[in-house]
Design a protein around this ligand. Sequence first.
Ligand SMILES: Cc1cc2nc3c(=O)[nH]c(=O)nc-3n(C[C@H](O)[C@H](O)[C@H](O)COP(=O)(O)OP(=O)(O)OC[C@H]3O[C@@H](n4cnc5c(N)ncnc54)[C@H](O)[C@@H]3O)c2cc1C
Length: 281
Amino acid sequence: MSNFEFIRATDIHSACSALKNPGYMAVAGGSDLIVKIRNGMYPDLKGLVDLSGLEQLNQIRTDENKVIIGSGCTMNQIVNDRLLQDYFPVLTKAAATVGALQIRNSATIGGNVANASPAGDTIPALYVLEARVVVTGVNGSRKIPIEEFFISPGKSKLEPGEIIEGFRLLLNKTRGEFLKLGERRAHAISKINLAVSTWNDGRDHYRIAMGSVAPTVLRCKEAEEYLENCEKISPEAIARAAEIASNTARPISDLRSTKAYRKQMAGVLLSRALNKLIQSA
Ligand SMILES: Cc1cc2nc3c(=O)[nH]c(=O)nc-3n(C[C@H](O)[C@H](O)[C@H](O)COP(=O)(O)OP(=O)(O)OC[C@H]3O[C@@H](n4cnc5c(N)ncnc54)[C@H](O)[C@@H]3O)c2cc1C
Protein backbone atom coordinates (compact mmCIF):
# COMPACT_ATOMS: atom_id res chain seq x y z
CA MET A 1 0.00 0.00 0.00
CA SER A 2 2.94 2.38 -0.57
CA ASN A 3 1.07 4.82 -2.86
CA PHE A 4 -2.17 4.52 -0.98
CA GLU A 5 -4.19 7.72 -1.11
CA PHE A 6 -6.55 8.98 1.63
CA ILE A 7 -8.73 11.83 0.40
CA ARG A 8 -10.77 13.94 2.81
CA ALA A 9 -13.65 15.03 0.57
CA THR A 10 -14.58 18.69 0.81
CA ASP A 11 -17.47 18.61 -1.67
CA ILE A 12 -19.70 15.92 -3.16
CA HIS A 13 -18.64 16.52 -6.76
CA SER A 14 -14.92 16.01 -6.10
CA ALA A 15 -15.70 12.98 -3.90
CA CYS A 16 -17.64 11.37 -6.79
CA SER A 17 -14.87 12.27 -9.25
CA ALA A 18 -12.26 10.55 -7.08
CA LEU A 19 -14.53 7.50 -6.69
CA LYS A 20 -14.60 7.03 -10.47
CA ASN A 21 -10.96 5.85 -10.25
CA PRO A 22 -10.68 2.04 -10.13
CA GLY A 23 -9.63 0.84 -6.68
CA TYR A 24 -11.07 3.82 -4.78
CA MET A 25 -13.80 3.37 -2.17
CA ALA A 26 -15.90 5.67 -0.02
CA VAL A 27 -15.56 5.53 3.75
CA ALA A 28 -18.03 7.06 6.20
CA GLY A 29 -17.92 5.73 9.78
CA GLY A 30 -15.44 3.01 8.84
CA SER A 31 -17.05 0.56 11.28
CA ASP A 32 -17.46 -2.05 8.57
CA LEU A 33 -14.96 -1.13 5.87
CA ILE A 34 -11.88 -0.82 8.08
CA VAL A 35 -12.51 -4.30 9.53
CA LYS A 36 -12.82 -5.73 6.02
CA ILE A 37 -9.65 -3.96 4.82
CA ARG A 38 -7.75 -5.34 7.84
CA ASN A 39 -9.07 -8.81 6.97
CA GLY A 40 -7.59 -8.48 3.47
CA MET A 41 -10.89 -8.28 1.61
CA TYR A 42 -9.73 -5.52 -0.74
CA PRO A 43 -6.18 -6.38 -1.88
CA ASP A 44 -6.43 -4.02 -4.89
CA LEU A 45 -7.62 -0.99 -2.90
CA LYS A 46 -5.74 2.13 -4.05
CA GLY A 47 -7.46 4.86 -2.09
CA LEU A 48 -10.21 5.86 0.32
CA VAL A 49 -12.48 8.87 -0.06
CA ASP A 50 -13.58 10.00 3.39
CA LEU A 51 -17.12 11.43 3.28
CA SER A 52 -17.36 12.25 6.98
CA GLY A 53 -16.44 15.94 6.53
CA LEU A 54 -19.32 16.62 4.12
CA GLU A 55 -21.70 18.62 6.32
CA GLN A 56 -24.74 18.24 4.05
CA LEU A 57 -24.53 14.44 4.45
CA ASN A 58 -24.62 14.70 8.23
CA GLN A 59 -27.98 16.43 8.60
CA ILE A 60 -31.63 15.49 9.09
CA ARG A 61 -33.88 18.14 7.59
CA THR A 62 -37.39 18.70 6.28
CA ASP A 63 -38.31 19.98 2.84
CA GLU A 64 -42.04 20.69 2.43
CA ASN A 65 -43.67 17.29 3.04
CA LYS A 66 -40.42 15.31 2.99
CA VAL A 67 -37.78 14.41 5.53
CA ILE A 68 -34.25 14.04 4.22
CA ILE A 69 -31.85 11.97 6.24
CA GLY A 70 -28.24 12.51 5.15
CA SER A 71 -26.31 9.32 4.49
CA GLY A 72 -23.62 10.36 6.97
CA CYS A 73 -26.00 10.49 9.94
CA THR A 74 -24.82 8.08 12.60
CA MET A 75 -27.06 5.55 14.29
CA ASN A 76 -26.94 7.56 17.53
CA GLN A 77 -27.88 10.75 15.69
CA ILE A 78 -30.93 8.90 14.31
CA VAL A 79 -31.83 7.33 17.67
CA ASN A 80 -31.78 10.74 19.38
CA ASP A 81 -33.59 12.79 16.73
CA ARG A 82 -36.96 14.05 18.03
CA LEU A 83 -38.60 14.34 14.62
CA LEU A 84 -37.63 10.78 13.67
CA GLN A 85 -38.73 9.48 17.08
CA ASP A 86 -42.11 11.14 16.57
CA TYR A 87 -42.75 10.30 12.93
CA PHE A 88 -40.71 7.18 12.17
CA PRO A 89 -40.19 5.21 15.40
CA VAL A 90 -39.49 2.04 13.41
CA LEU A 91 -36.27 3.66 12.15
CA THR A 92 -35.07 4.98 15.52
CA LYS A 93 -35.78 1.54 17.05
CA ALA A 94 -33.85 -0.22 14.27
CA ALA A 95 -30.87 2.16 14.61
CA ALA A 96 -30.84 1.56 18.37
CA THR A 97 -30.15 -2.16 17.82
CA VAL A 98 -27.03 -1.68 15.66
CA GLY A 99 -23.89 -2.91 17.45
CA ALA A 100 -23.17 -1.26 20.79
CA LEU A 101 -22.83 2.40 21.78
CA GLN A 102 -19.34 2.92 20.30
CA ILE A 103 -20.37 1.37 16.97
CA ARG A 104 -23.53 3.51 16.87
CA ASN A 105 -21.40 6.63 17.36
CA SER A 106 -19.56 5.99 14.09
CA ALA A 107 -21.78 3.65 12.01
CA THR A 108 -23.80 5.62 9.47
CA ILE A 109 -27.13 4.87 7.83
CA GLY A 110 -25.53 5.35 4.40
CA GLY A 111 -22.84 2.77 5.17
CA ASN A 112 -25.47 0.36 6.45
CA VAL A 113 -27.44 0.58 3.21
CA ALA A 114 -24.39 0.72 0.89
CA ASN A 115 -23.20 -2.56 2.39
CA ALA A 116 -26.35 -4.14 0.87
CA SER A 117 -26.35 -6.87 3.49
CA PRO A 118 -29.68 -8.74 3.79
CA ALA A 119 -29.06 -8.47 7.57
CA GLY A 120 -28.51 -4.67 7.66
CA ASP A 121 -30.79 -3.46 10.43
CA THR A 122 -31.91 -0.09 9.07
CA ILE A 123 -32.90 -1.56 5.70
CA PRO A 124 -36.25 -3.20 6.68
CA ALA A 125 -37.15 0.03 8.51
CA LEU A 126 -36.45 2.05 5.36
CA TYR A 127 -38.53 -0.46 3.35
CA VAL A 128 -41.61 -0.05 5.52
CA LEU A 129 -41.24 3.73 5.34
CA GLU A 130 -41.00 3.43 1.53
CA ALA A 131 -37.83 5.53 1.49
CA ARG A 132 -36.17 6.74 -1.68
CA VAL A 133 -32.40 6.50 -1.88
CA VAL A 134 -30.83 9.68 -3.25
CA VAL A 135 -27.83 8.55 -5.30
CA THR A 136 -25.45 11.25 -6.53
CA GLY A 137 -22.66 11.13 -9.09
CA VAL A 138 -20.68 13.69 -11.09
CA ASN A 139 -23.61 14.13 -13.49
CA GLY A 140 -26.28 14.73 -10.86
CA SER A 141 -28.69 12.78 -8.67
CA ARG A 142 -31.28 10.05 -9.13
CA LYS A 143 -33.82 8.75 -6.64
CA ILE A 144 -34.33 5.01 -6.35
CA PRO A 145 -37.13 3.41 -4.29
CA ILE A 146 -35.32 1.42 -1.60
CA GLU A 147 -37.01 -1.80 -2.71
CA GLU A 148 -35.36 -1.43 -6.14
CA PHE A 149 -31.93 -0.47 -4.81
CA PHE A 150 -30.57 -3.94 -3.96
CA ILE A 151 -29.55 -6.60 -6.48
CA SER A 152 -28.07 -9.39 -4.35
CA PRO A 153 -26.14 -9.74 -1.08
CA GLY A 154 -23.44 -7.04 -1.12
CA LYS A 155 -24.56 -5.67 -4.48
CA SER A 156 -26.66 -2.57 -5.10
CA LYS A 157 -27.43 -0.26 -8.02
CA LEU A 158 -24.62 2.15 -6.99
CA GLU A 159 -22.31 2.70 -9.97
CA PRO A 160 -18.61 3.60 -9.71
CA GLY A 161 -18.36 7.32 -8.97
CA GLU A 162 -21.71 7.42 -7.16
CA ILE A 163 -22.47 7.86 -3.48
CA ILE A 164 -25.62 7.66 -1.42
CA GLU A 165 -26.38 11.25 -0.56
CA GLY A 166 -29.36 10.47 1.66
CA PHE A 167 -32.85 9.07 2.09
CA ARG A 168 -36.15 10.83 1.40
CA LEU A 169 -39.22 9.91 3.44
CA LEU A 170 -42.73 11.24 3.18
CA LEU A 171 -43.50 13.28 6.32
CA ASN A 172 -46.21 11.01 7.65
CA LYS A 173 -46.79 10.21 11.30
CA THR A 174 -46.42 6.48 11.77
CA ARG A 175 -46.17 4.02 14.62
CA GLY A 176 -43.72 1.17 14.31
CA GLU A 177 -41.79 -1.69 15.79
CA PHE A 178 -38.44 -3.24 14.92
CA LEU A 179 -37.41 -6.61 16.32
CA LYS A 180 -34.33 -8.69 15.73
CA LEU A 181 -32.86 -11.97 16.84
CA GLY A 182 -29.11 -12.37 17.11
CA GLU A 183 -26.61 -14.53 18.95
CA ARG A 184 -26.41 -11.97 21.77
CA ARG A 185 -28.40 -8.92 22.87
CA ALA A 186 -25.81 -6.48 21.53
CA HIS A 187 -22.95 -6.56 19.04
CA ALA A 188 -24.72 -9.23 17.03
CA ILE A 189 -25.60 -9.36 13.36
CA SER A 190 -29.26 -10.31 12.88
CA LYS A 191 -30.21 -13.94 12.30
CA ILE A 192 -33.51 -12.42 11.29
CA ASN A 193 -35.04 -8.98 11.74
CA LEU A 194 -38.48 -7.54 11.10
CA ALA A 195 -39.95 -4.05 10.80
CA VAL A 196 -43.59 -3.02 10.95
CA SER A 197 -44.95 0.43 10.34
CA THR A 198 -48.58 1.48 10.58
CA TRP A 199 -50.56 4.68 10.17
CA ASN A 200 -54.19 5.72 9.98
CA ASP A 201 -55.65 8.14 7.42
CA GLY A 202 -59.23 7.14 8.06
CA ARG A 203 -58.30 3.49 7.79
CA ASP A 204 -55.33 1.47 9.03
CA HIS A 205 -52.32 0.85 6.80
CA TYR A 206 -49.58 -1.69 7.48
CA ARG A 207 -46.10 -2.13 6.03
CA ILE A 208 -44.00 -5.17 6.93
CA ALA A 209 -40.45 -6.10 5.89
CA MET A 210 -38.05 -8.83 6.99
CA GLY A 211 -34.28 -9.20 6.75
CA SER A 212 -32.01 -12.26 6.57
CA VAL A 213 -34.81 -14.36 5.10
CA ALA A 214 -33.90 -13.93 1.41
CA PRO A 215 -30.96 -12.57 -0.68
CA THR A 216 -32.34 -9.06 -0.19
CA VAL A 217 -34.77 -7.65 2.41
CA LEU A 218 -38.34 -8.80 1.68
CA ARG A 219 -41.59 -6.84 1.87
CA CYS A 220 -44.43 -8.99 3.15
CA LYS A 221 -47.25 -7.58 1.01
CA GLU A 222 -49.65 -10.48 1.46
CA ALA A 223 -49.62 -10.09 5.26
CA GLU A 224 -49.99 -6.28 4.86
CA GLU A 225 -53.08 -6.70 2.66
CA TYR A 226 -54.52 -9.31 4.97
CA LEU A 227 -54.20 -7.00 8.00
CA GLU A 228 -55.59 -4.00 6.09
CA ASN A 229 -58.69 -6.02 5.27
CA CYS A 230 -59.26 -7.22 8.83
CA GLU A 231 -62.03 -5.47 10.71
CA LYS A 232 -60.16 -5.96 13.97
CA ILE A 233 -56.60 -7.06 14.71
CA SER A 234 -57.72 -9.99 16.86
CA PRO A 235 -55.41 -12.75 18.18
CA GLU A 236 -56.70 -14.93 15.30
CA ALA A 237 -55.82 -12.24 12.75
CA ILE A 238 -52.33 -11.91 14.23
CA ALA A 239 -51.86 -15.69 14.07
CA ARG A 240 -52.93 -15.74 10.40
CA ALA A 241 -50.65 -12.79 9.50
CA ALA A 242 -47.77 -14.56 11.27
CA GLU A 243 -48.45 -17.70 9.25
CA ILE A 244 -48.38 -15.67 6.02
CA ALA A 245 -45.07 -14.01 7.03
CA SER A 246 -43.56 -17.40 7.78
CA ASN A 247 -44.65 -18.71 4.37
CA THR A 248 -43.31 -15.58 2.63
CA ALA A 249 -39.81 -15.97 4.08
CA ARG A 250 -37.41 -17.95 1.91
CA PRO A 251 -34.26 -18.15 4.00
CA ILE A 252 -31.19 -20.32 3.75
CA SER A 253 -29.20 -22.05 6.45
CA ASP A 254 -25.81 -20.41 7.12
CA LEU A 255 -23.34 -20.04 9.96
CA ARG A 256 -25.68 -17.74 11.89
CA SER A 257 -28.89 -19.81 11.75
CA THR A 258 -30.95 -22.48 10.02
CA LYS A 259 -33.59 -22.15 7.34
CA ALA A 260 -36.28 -23.78 9.53
CA TYR A 261 -35.58 -21.51 12.53
CA ARG A 262 -35.65 -18.35 10.42
CA LYS A 263 -38.93 -19.36 8.75
CA GLN A 264 -40.59 -20.03 12.08
CA MET A 265 -39.19 -16.86 13.67
CA ALA A 266 -40.50 -14.68 10.83
CA GLY A 267 -44.00 -15.47 12.10
CA VAL A 268 -43.05 -15.18 15.77
CA LEU A 269 -41.46 -11.74 15.27
CA LEU A 270 -44.46 -10.44 13.34
CA SER A 271 -46.79 -11.68 16.04
CA ARG A 272 -44.66 -10.01 18.77
CA ALA A 273 -44.44 -6.74 16.82
CA LEU A 274 -48.21 -6.59 16.20
CA ASN A 275 -48.96 -7.34 19.86
CA LYS A 276 -46.58 -4.54 20.92
CA LEU A 277 -48.30 -2.13 18.54
CA ILE A 278 -51.73 -3.04 19.91
CA GLN A 279 -50.58 -2.67 23.51
CA SER A 280 -49.07 0.77 22.85
CA ALA A 281 -52.06 2.10 20.86
C1 LIG B 1 -18.76 -4.92 16.11
C2 LIG B 1 -19.71 -4.59 15.00
C3 LIG B 1 -21.08 -4.72 15.22
C4 LIG B 1 -21.99 -4.44 14.19
N1 LIG B 1 -23.32 -4.58 14.43
C5 LIG B 1 -24.20 -4.34 13.45
C6 LIG B 1 -25.61 -4.50 13.69
O1 LIG B 1 -26.05 -4.86 14.79
N2 LIG B 1 -26.46 -4.25 12.65
C7 LIG B 1 -26.02 -3.84 11.43
O2 LIG B 1 -26.85 -3.63 10.54
N3 LIG B 1 -24.70 -3.67 11.17
C8 LIG B 1 -23.78 -3.91 12.15
N4 LIG B 1 -22.44 -3.75 11.90
C9 LIG B 1 -21.99 -3.34 10.56
C10 LIG B 1 -21.69 -1.81 10.38
O3 LIG B 1 -21.31 -1.22 11.60
C11 LIG B 1 -22.91 -1.07 9.83
O4 LIG B 1 -23.31 -1.64 8.60
C12 LIG B 1 -22.67 0.44 9.65
O5 LIG B 1 -23.90 1.09 9.52
C13 LIG B 1 -21.78 0.77 8.46
O6 LIG B 1 -21.68 2.18 8.39
P1 LIG B 1 -20.27 2.93 8.31
O7 LIG B 1 -20.55 4.37 8.20
O8 LIG B 1 -19.35 2.52 9.39
O9 LIG B 1 -19.76 2.34 6.91
P2 LIG B 1 -18.27 2.20 6.38
O10 LIG B 1 -17.58 1.11 7.13
O11 LIG B 1 -17.60 3.52 6.32
O12 LIG B 1 -18.58 1.72 4.88
C14 LIG B 1 -19.28 0.52 4.62
C15 LIG B 1 -19.48 0.38 3.10
O13 LIG B 1 -20.38 1.36 2.64
C16 LIG B 1 -19.74 2.20 1.66
N5 LIG B 1 -20.25 3.55 1.94
C17 LIG B 1 -20.29 4.19 3.14
N6 LIG B 1 -20.96 5.34 3.02
C18 LIG B 1 -21.33 5.46 1.73
C19 LIG B 1 -22.07 6.43 0.99
N7 LIG B 1 -22.57 7.54 1.56
N8 LIG B 1 -22.27 6.21 -0.32
C20 LIG B 1 -21.81 5.08 -0.92
N9 LIG B 1 -21.11 4.12 -0.28
C21 LIG B 1 -20.89 4.30 1.02
C22 LIG B 1 -18.25 2.01 1.85
O14 LIG B 1 -17.54 2.21 0.65
C23 LIG B 1 -18.20 0.56 2.29
O15 LIG B 1 -18.28 -0.29 1.18
C24 LIG B 1 -21.50 -4.02 12.91
C25 LIG B 1 -20.13 -3.86 12.70
C26 LIG B 1 -19.23 -4.14 13.73
C27 LIG B 1 -17.76 -3.98 13.48
